[in-house]
Ligand binder design. Structure first.
Ligand code: ADP
Length: 448
């Protein structure tokens, strides 16, 4: 403003001086040249006045936010305004493009299944995605600019971050009571800044632990009969046995071999169930055929020690793989026979539910199972009574196979049991895999 006023004053002064000079010259000399000089002086003064007005408008626009267009004047000031505005708009567009790119970049990191956290050279949080916030129990807004070691206080994490040796990832336990495990990797970048990447490896760790347990269990299951066999071989080799002794030893050896064969067969069944796709729901297996076959197996196994009732005139068909269904029902019946004491009853019946689904129930009057064991019964090698299971030829894999089979057929295994009152194992099948055979209607349709 002062600049503009000073200029105005100067111009006014110039006009005054010009007029005074003209008045004095007109009185003294009264020549046309002086009058022309006076006119020119006035014109220059007026031009300078308008010029200053334009410069003032441009200056006001530059001092403002430049949201509106620059003053559209002609000439020098108009050109400057136009060029400044164009440069500004180009800069704004470049900035908007960069901002968009940054937003897209951050949303891509936000979508990552892994945690990403950026620290400045003071270990203060600059940015983190929601997964990292969840992993480290942070608030992505409130905890910005906070030093990470004040928020994640696990001693192993603090020591790892401060040691500065990040070749190996850090395994960090997260959540209450060791709920899960995180694999944390730190990478340095820029001027002392750090990038922290975190991956939830809880499931992987659990699967690793299960695999380790499984291998240990299989080795244990095989080692026992092998040790017994080795002992018998040594006995036969070192001792002169009578014929009855030799036959007894051979029979015991056969039992152990049989035990290993059953175990290997069950392991192969499990591996096959896990490795093959779900059975398509278009192959229909008559339930009655399955029930008749498992009934004769159970009767043979029971050798008349139990009352076995299998209702096998259901007209029901199940969609699935015959061998798998046979194995599931067979395992349940074999368990019922093996665990129910002599004189007990075993009952197998089918029940159709209102929504078209159905369940096959294998009930026994055996010893029952305490409530705390029920959730773990379908784990591999889980037994309530190990010696009893082994004595009766159990591998500890039967219910695991049953659960796999029924799940592959879209159903569920339900177990109800009470100590002293027996057990009920129910195979529940969804409506899509259950139908009633309609022979009478089907045949005329086929003939037509
Ligand atoms: P196993 O080969 O030991 O029978 P399963 O997986 O078939 O293995 O069964 C797991 C455990 O569940 C058995 O060891 C047994 O303790 C218990 N169990 C299974 N069925 C019955 C039943 N009908 N009555 C009582 N206990 C049972």
């Amino acid at each position: 403003m002062t600049w503009f006023l000073a200029r105005l004053l100067l111009i006014a002064l110039a006009l005054l001086v010009g007029a005074a000079v003209g008045w004095w010259a007109g009185r003294e000399f009264a020549t046309p040249l002086v009058a022309e000089l006076m006119g020119a002086g006035t014109a220059v003064g007026l031009f300078a006045l308008f010029d200053s007005l334009r410069a003032h408008r441009l200056m006001e626009w530059l001092r403002g936010s430049q949201q509106e267009a620059a003053p559209r004047d002609r000439g020098f000031w108009g050109e400057i305004g136009y060029r400044v505005e164009r440069a500004l708009r180009q800069r704004e567009q470049a900035l908007a493009r960069e901002r968009l790119w940054l937003e897209q970049f951050l949303s891509a990191i936000e979508a990552s299944p892994n945690g990403v956290l950026m620290l400045d050279d003071n270990d203060q949080i600059q940015w983190c995605n929601r997964v990292a916030a969840d992993h480290f129990s942070l608030d992505p807004q409130r905890d910005l600019q906070q030093r990470i070691t004040n928020l994640v206080r696990a001693p192993s994490f603090v020591a790892y971050l401060q040691a500065g040796e990040y070749q190996e990832p850090l395994m960090l336990t997260i959540g209450a009571r060791g709920r899960g495990s995180l694999s944390v990797v730190v990478r340095g970048y820029g001027d002392g800044r750090k990038l922290i990447l975190s991956v939830d490896v809880t499931e992987r760790e659990r699967a690793d632990a299960m695999r380790r347990d499984f291998v240990a269990n299989v080795s244990h299951e095989i080692r026992t009969p092998l040790t017994v066999l080795a002992g018998f071989i040594e006995t036969m080799d070192n001792l002169p046995l009578t014929e009855p002794e030799r036959r007894r030893v051979l029979s015991l050896m056969q039992q152990q071999t049989q035990r290993m064969q059953t175990l290997v067969a069950d392991l192969l069944t499990l591996a096959q169930l896990e490795g093959s796709p779900r059975p398509a729901p278009d192959r229909w297996v008559p339930l009655d055929n399955l029930l008749q076959r498992v009934r004769s197996d159970a009767t043979a196994l029971s050798t008349g020690r139990h009352r076995i009732t299998v209702i096998a005139d259901t007209q029901i068909e199940l969609a699935g793989v015959e061998g798998e269904l046979l194995s599931a029902i067979g395992n349940l019946l074999s368990n019922a026979v093996r665990y129910t004491p002599e004189g007990g009853g075993i009952d197998v019946h089918w029940r159709e539910l209102a929504d078209g689904s159905g369940e096959l129930c294998v009930a026994d009057t055996g010893p029952g199972i305490a409530r705390e064991h029920l959730p773990r019964l379908t784990e591999r090698f889980y037994r309530v009574d190990g010696s009893r299971s082994r004595e009766s030829g159990g591998t500890g894999l039967g219910l695991s196979i049953v659960k796999h089979v029924v799940q592959r057929h879209g159903g569920e295994l339900q177990i109800e049991s009470e100590v002293g009152k027996g057990s009920r194992f129910k195979l529940q099948f969804p409506a899509a895999r259950v139908r009633t055979r309609q022979l009478e209607q089907a045949q005329p349709a086929e003939q037509a």
